[in-house]
Design a protein around this ligand. Structure first.
Ligand code: FAD
Length: 433
């Protein structure tokens, strides 16, 4: 009787999970294992999402006759411990891209070799494997090459998962800290699949609507993709054809692009990709604090930052505007902005977060590294009626129409009645007209 340990990392699903499928194919008994690693940065929002995702995964495995073993500690040591407890001679896990994950994989390979245990590393975190193409630093040629690649076969969810007879010790599921009202992002594969199927019925409009800040019509699938509650390949395959679907799949390609960038450039979170990029950022704690708090006095920026604080998520257009404002107008270091995003985002992802921050800051992969997003023009274009700002900045709800984007132009008697800051000193509203 062959026994395998399937180590889940950020592939918390049963559908199209190559690691789980491979474990079930090669062994008659399988131990699905998740190890809560204290070295992986957490946040209350992500802890909640993770706990719900693990509960959902455990339910799915139990319905198939299996279970989810949860341990706490170093994933390599715990995997080898579990393998020893059940006499497993086979370990399966998904490949990942960050320096930390790749070190974990190397350590796991060494530990397995020492115990005469085989290790199978499967794909599944991206649509195409990060090393399927040569490393690219520019998106357009990467996209072209990516589109020409064949996709791997989708894996169906295993019908049954048989556990070994040996008793298995598991710690309790982490208990999420309740934030009061239900989250707009319930964690787990079941919730992700439900959201995906609802959203796909509107994918035709994606090409036209994805930048409409108030309309909020993007998929909001990013946390599910980050934790692997959904397979990116399955999502791309289900999107189908047509201009909306093509535009959407292109975004999944952006995701793969940054994953392969981190894979080939592990210092992405801390070192400018473009060696010649200036690295002379200003040091202004007051400005950084105002930006974080959503009190810069520039409504479109403050709306984005407050959406982030409240929902743990921000619309992509708002991410571009707020990141550009921090780096290009306030002159502050992209690493401080990325760190703040990483603390609050449910979808916080080392590759996508730092890759996008470097793109916006002009230190990364943008072929026009000196571009900056004028916040007022962006607001007029992507929030023309001002509804996004009024939704997130309650001090401005009484200001009608697009006047809300430039409160400093309102008559003095109106302006003085608003409890809203003036733009930060050193940032000149005149240059935004
Ligand atoms: C400064 C900055 C930081 C960001 N940090 C993150 C992050 O930590 N994690 C993250 O998942 N995305 C990040 N993004 C990318 C993007 O903003 C989010 O993926 C997107 O807003 C998620 O919303 P959605 O699921 O509705 O996206 P959709 O528009 O519905 O797109 C579908 C999916 O494609 C992927 N995607 C879309 N745009 C991008 C992009 N520019 N780069 C990489 N993947 C993309 C995401 O997985 C997304 O869920 C960042 C963007 C910027 C400008």
């Amino acid at each position: 009787m062959a026994v395998a340990v399937v180590l889940f990392t950020r592939d918390l699903r049963v559908h199209d999970n190559p690691a789980l499928a491979s474990g079930c194919r090669t062994a008659s008994r399988v131990v699905p294992l998740f190890v809560r690693d204290p070295a992986v940065p957490s946040s209350p929002g992500r802890d909640r999402f993770l706990a719900e995702s693990l509960a959902d995964l455990r339910d799915s495995l139990r319905r198939r006759g299996g279970d989810l073993v949860i341990r706490h500690g170093d994933p390599v040591a715990e995997t080898m411990r579990v393998a020893g407890e059940v006499g497993a001679r086979h370990v399966v896990s998904a490949a990942d891209v960050s320096a930390y994950a790749r070190r974990r994989e190397r350590r796991l390979a060494t530990a397995c070799a020492g115990e005469r245990t085989s290790l199978t590393v499967t794909p599944g975190v991206t649509v195409v494997a990060p090393d399927a193409l040569k490393p690219y630093r520019v998106f357009t040629p990467y996209h072209r090459a990516w589109l020409a690649l064949p996709w791997r076969r989708l894996e169906s969810a295993p019908r049954t998962v048989s556990l070994p007879d040996a008793p298995l010790r598991s710690v309790d599921l982490p208990v999420p800290v309740s934030g009061g009202s239900p989250s707009p992002f319930p964690g787990g594969e079941t919730a992700g699949r439900r959201r995906l199927s609802g959203w796909l019925s509107t994918v035709d409009r994606y090409a036209d609507d994805h930048d409409d800040l108030a309309g909020d019509r993007t998929s909001r699938l990013s946390p599910y993709l980050h934790f692997g509650c959904l397979s990116p390949l399955d999502v791309a395959a289900k999107a189908g054809g047509g201009p909306g679907a093509e535009a959407f799949v292109r975004q999944l390609c952006w995701r793969d692009f940054y994953q392969q960038l981190l894979y080939s450039f592990p210092a992405l979170p801390s070192v400018a990709l473009r060696a010649s990029a200036p690295d002379d950022w200003r040091d202004r704690d007051d400005a950084l604090e105002a930006w974080r708090a959503g009190r810069t006095g520039v409504p479109i920026v403050d709306a984005g930052m407050r959406q982030l604080a409240r929902e743990g998520w921000m619309h992509n257009r708002a991410r571009l505007i707020t990141a550009s404002f921090l780096t290009r107008y306030l002159g502050l270091d992209w690493r401080a902005g990325a760190a703040h995003f990483a603390r609050l985002l449910l979808d916080a992802d080392v590759a996508s977060n730092n890759g996008n921050w470097q793109w916006v800051a002009g230190t990364g992969t943008d072929t026009k590294p000196y571009r900056r997003f004028n916040p007022i023009r962006q607001a007029g274009r992507f929030d023309p009626a001002g509804d996004y700002v009024r939704r997130h900045v309650p001090e401005l709800t009484a200001v009608a129409g697009r006047d809300v984007h430039q409160p400093w132009l309102l008559p003095e008697r109106v302006r003085s009645g608003l409890d809203y800051p003036v733009p930060l000193a050193g940032v000149a509203p005149a240059s935004w007209m």
